[in-house]
Design a protein around this ligand. Structure first.
Ligand code: ADP
Ligand code: MG
Length: 225
């Protein structure tokens, strides 16, 4: 089996404090994985190590068969932009750009060209934002911002989507819509790792993991007869 991603015994400490303790997981193509756990438990830290935004203290992250730890920073950055789409806890949009331009930022970095603009418009349309293409972030609601960030994450068809509390602070209807959009991406073979406090969303993922005191446990679902 070729995994999209393997995390092998990753540990992370800040000074004396150990945040992650020999955490391992694998992600297969087309699968979704939900990570739950207490606030301050290290979920965001784990996502940022997986997404090659931060170094682990020890352990390995294997992305698409390549051990990222052994790569030079520029090769790591290339692997990151080729493989990952990020939906951060805060949307992190650029305020001077419109919704459409924000979605296109990853394409500017890779020179993906006109096809990227067609896809950006299509994604924003799919997320119900066709009327808002030229609005700036300050003219959009939280749910709309989140959907713009999601379109940006999906623009270059990443192999792995990393989403940090993507439905937090959203009203239930919009949360459901964002969740649908995220889970839909697995249909095309992408892998999804999402961090959430929402048990309903976690239950929709293929695998549930729980981070507790730095260790990751698989949670079995209770099957009701
Ligand atoms: N750069 C950093 N330096 C020191 N401590 C940090 C840093 N980043 C996060 N932490 C600490 O690591 C712990 C886990 O944080 P985080 O991964 O954001 O948790 P979660 O996402 O589960 O709420 C927290 O106690 C936080 O204060
Ligand atoms: Mg967090």
């Amino acid at each position: 089996m070729k995994y999209l991603l393997e995390v092998r015994e990753v540990s992370k400490s800040y000074g004396e404090e150990r945040i992650l303790d020999a955490v391992s997981l694998v992600l297969e193509p087309g699968k979704s994985l939900a990570i739950t756990g207490q606030s301050g438990g290290g979920k965001t830290t784990l996502l940022s190590i997986i997404g090659l935004l931060q170094q682990a203290t020890s352990g390995a992250v294997i992305v698409d068969g390549c051990d990222a730890g052994g790569l030079e920073p520029s090769r790591q950055a290339a692997l990151r932009s080729a493989c990952f789409g990020f939906v951060f806890q805060r949307a992190r949009l650029i305020h001077s750009l419109t919704a459409l331009e924000n979605v296109l930022v990853p394409a500017w970095l890779t020179r993906a060209g006109k096809a990227a603009e067609v896809r950006a418009r299509e994604l924003l349309g799919r997320f119900g934002l066709e009327e808002r293409l030229h609005y700036r972030p300050q003219e959009l609601s939280i749910g709309q911002l989140r959907r713009v960030a999601l379109a940006r994450a999906l623009l270059l068809k990443p192999k792995v989507i990393l989403a940090d509390e993507p439905t937090n602070d959203l009203d239930p209807a919009i949360a459901a819509e964002v969740a649908d959009c995220l889970l839909e991406t697995c249909g095309s073979g992408a892998g999804l790792i999402l961090v959430t406090h929402d048990p309903g969303l976690a239950a929709r993922a293929d695998i549930n993991l729980h981070l507790q005191q730095g260790c990751l446990f698989e949670q079995r679902r209770t099957v009701h007869a």
